[in-house]
Design a protein around this ligand. Structure first.
Ligand SMILES: [Zn+2]
Length: 120
């Protein structure tokens, strides 16, 4: 086993930031105590393609800044998936108006707003 600096396991797993004992930045554990997975570990794997395991010998904490960025990734992902669903619904709606003439832009926008506001 190599000689690791004593604080090796206290650096942020994602950005390597380190602050001493008096630092106010909170380090968040990647894994819950009794679980193999957590919301944080799943986001790291999903959004960063970095494999983390409670058994690996690498730091098991992330800094507040990195955790915040992961949350933003997650929120953005949720938004894009929701948008995709709404667009597909709108396409279905538009194509269900068979027989009618070309849908006017105004009518389209009104119905689009209806769909967008009723699915939130
Ligand atoms: Zn970090």
């Amino acid at each position: 086993m190599c000689n690791l600096p004593p604080k090796f396991h206290s650096v942020c797993r994602l950005c390597l930031s380190f602050c001493g004992d008096n630092c106010s930045d909170v380090k968040l554990p990647i894994f819950d105590r009794d679980k193999d997975k957590s919301h944080l570990s799943e986001m790291i794997t999903t959004y960063l393609s970095i494999m983390v395991s409670p058994e690996d010998m690498l730091p098991q904490v992330v800094c507040g800044s990195c955790a915040h960025k992961l949350d933003e990734f997650h929120t953005f992902r949720e938004l894009t998936h929701k948008s995709e669903r709404l667009l597909e619904q709108f396409l279905q709606y538009a194509s269900s108006l068979s027989g009618s003439k070309e849908v006017s832009l105004n009518k389209t926008m009104i119905n689009c707003n209806f769909i967008l506001t009723t699915n939130q």
